[in-house]
Structure formats: C-alpha cells, structure tokens
Design a protein around this ligand. Structure first.
Ligand SMILES: [Zn+2]
Length: 347
C-alpha cells in the first residue's frame, strides 16, 4: 500500500516541495497549506503527517529467510511513508471519522470536541477556542512525541483560530520543540493573524484540473459521462464536484432555493436574516447553494421573458447572486455576504 502523499493527484508542485523537505530532513515546523476547499490540502497534511510518523521511512529492513536463502533487504525511501506499518495505518482517517487514532497526530477544528473534553461549558460556535489550544497543544507539545518519530498538529480552517487561541499558539509556533510540526489548513489565509502568518511557511494548493477531478470521480464510481459533467462545474474543487453529484445535497439545494424564494416574498425581514445563517456553512457548500439560487433566478428570468413580465427583476437578482459568489471567492466574510445579498434581493 502506497503512502497517502503518493496517492494525492493534481498537486504535484506542493507534493514535490514536501518530498524534498522529507528527503533533506528539513520539514518546516509550521506550514500553512492554502488553497480552495476540496483540492487536497487536508490529504496532503495527513500524507505529510503519515510520512513523519512512519516507523520505516528511511530505514533498511533485513530480508526474511526465504525458501531459496535470505531475501534481499528492503530499503524504504526517505521521501515516502511505507503505508503499511502500524504508525502509517493509524495516521489515516477511517471512514466517517474526523480524527485519526494515532496519539501523535492531533487534529484541531472548531467544534470537533465535546466542550467537556476541552474544559469548556459551551460549544465552540464562533471560533477555535483558547481552551482547545490549551488542552490539545500547550499541554502536549512540550513533551514531544508519544511514540516516537514526530508529533503533528493539523488545524482545519485555521482562520477560525480566535485571537486568544492564536496568541496562545504563538510561542509554540516560534519554538515548537524537537520534531513537533504544525500544519495549518486554510482557504482564506489572509484572515490568519499576521503574527501567525509570519511564523509559518506558506504552501499553495491550486484548483485541480478538471480532468483530475473527473478521474477521481470515476474512481469513486461515477460514470464517465457524469464525471465529466460534474468536473466541468467543479471549479477545480473535488468537494464541490462531490456535492453537485450527491443526491442528498441536491435535496438540500432545492430546499435552500425554496426557502430563499419564500423569504423574499415575506414582508418580515426575519426569514431573510435567518438565511444568512447559512453563511456559517463550509465555503464550498455555500458556493454550491448560491449557484443553485443563481440558476433558479436565471430560469425564472427565461420563463418570465416568455410571458413578457418580471424578467428584469429576475435578471437583477441573478446578477446580484453572481456578484455575491465572486465576493465569496475574494474571501469576503460568508455570513455578511449572504446577509447583504438577501437584504439587497429584497430591495
Ligand atoms: Zn509506515
């Protein structure tokens, strides 16, 4: 079984950078993996973590005694996780799990832990709390690896680190201790505190080529035709393509469009504001919802044009939704963008 890094498609420059660092034993102690959602940042982070934790990487194992004498020794490369040792298997996420079982691979994410696990009374609704950083990082980073080769912290949506959480991390990011690594993931790295940015090395992940998205979708069981159709609308994000091809997500989109239209018909502003809550969703997911709304307005416009009535309004709405999606792409705050959009659509 190959290492995870070896199976990552479409991110050759980033992977090559990581391999060079592994080969030279110069893996930086703190990276920001930045790029759109759903292009492989997280897979690369788990791949790098796996390589750092692998028990066999860069070693030579004596050959077993075979039927015809001793077999040649196996030499594991320094750039690759072996993919099969216990550390390698435990570094991977099992289906449906958001955390691996390896004690030296720690994942931080807003809301990932029960409040009581991180010494809180209330759930983390706004940001990654200082409590999470204290419990998971500060209490552990100082002691170095549990089992052996490294200790790795992966922070999902690192821009959600609260100010006090980020400040609590700074000292550790500066002097992380031997073989301790931080991998911060973000699709909006500009929103990281400058103090965090200056202490981390940035590694960019580009949108995936459509052909790569199609290739992965086919491997996942989509027909060639479906894979091509979805990849063409994916904007280089596998997450987005999967969303578009997921029947449950289709129901969610239909429901969102129905709710949005209903909110725009009401006199009260409250239903429209309630929709702004959708801004808390993952950005890839929100983008898909807004696209569905834009398509709905476009269809409304076409239908209205045939009747000769209301086509202008639909056209204006369509362009406003498109503008909101562009603002999201330019890293505007999702919640404020959706709120402003719905206030405008009502006007
Ligand atoms: Zn291994």
């Amino acid at each position: 079984m190959p290492g995870l890094l070896d199976t990552l498609l479409g991110q050759e420059p980033a992977v090559a950078t990581l391999r060079r660092a592994l080969a030279a034993d110069k893996v930086h102690h703190a990276y920001v993996f930045d790029g759109p959602d759903g292009v492989g940042k997280e897979m690369a982070a788990f791949g790098l973590a796996q390589a750092l934790l692998c028990e066999r990487r860069g070693t030579t194992v004596e050959g077993a005694r075979g039927l015809f004498g001793p077999e040649p020794p196996i030499v594991f490369p320094t750039t690759e996780a072996c993919g099969t040792c216990s550390a390698c298997t435990r570094s991977l996420l099992r289906a449906g799990e958001k955390r691996p079982v390896h004690p030296d691979l720690v994942v931080l994410e807003r809301g990932l832990y029960e409040p009581s696990q991180i010494g809180r009374r209330t759930p983390e609704t706004q940001d990654i709390s200082v409590d999470q950083v204290r419990t998971l990082v500060l209490a552990r980073a100082a002691f170095g690896p549990h089992e052996g080769r490294a200790k790795v912290f992966i922070i999902r949506r690192a821009e959600e680190l609260g100010i006090s959480a980020a400040n609590a991390l700074l000292k550790t990011l500066e002097e992380p201790g031997n073989r301790v690594h931080f991998l911060l993931l973000s699709s909006v790295p500009d929103r990281l505190l400058p103090t965090i940015r200056s202490r981390t090395q940035r590694l960019r992940f580009a949108p995936l080529p459509a052909a790569t998205v199609a290739q992965i979708l086919e491997k996942e069981g989509k027909s060639n035709e479906e894979a091509l159709r979805l990849s063409a609308r994916s904007e280089g994000s596998l997450a987005r393509a999967r969303q578009l091809g997921d029947p449950a997500a289709t129901a969610t989109r239909d429901e969102f469009v129905a709710r949005a239209r209903d909110a725009l018909r009401q006199n009260s502003i409250l239903p429209a504001l309630a929709i702004a809550e959708e801004g808390k969703k993952e950005k890839a997911e929100l983008g898909v919802l807004l696209d569905a709304l834009a398509i709905a307005f476009a269809e409304e416009g076409r239908a209205a044009a045939l009747d000769g009535d209301g086509a202008d309004r639909a056209a204006v709405r369509f362009s406003r939704v498109l503008r909101a999606t562009r603002e999201l792409d330019r890293n505007a705050s999702p919640q404020l963008t959706v709120e402003a959009l719905f206030l405008e659509l009502r006007g």
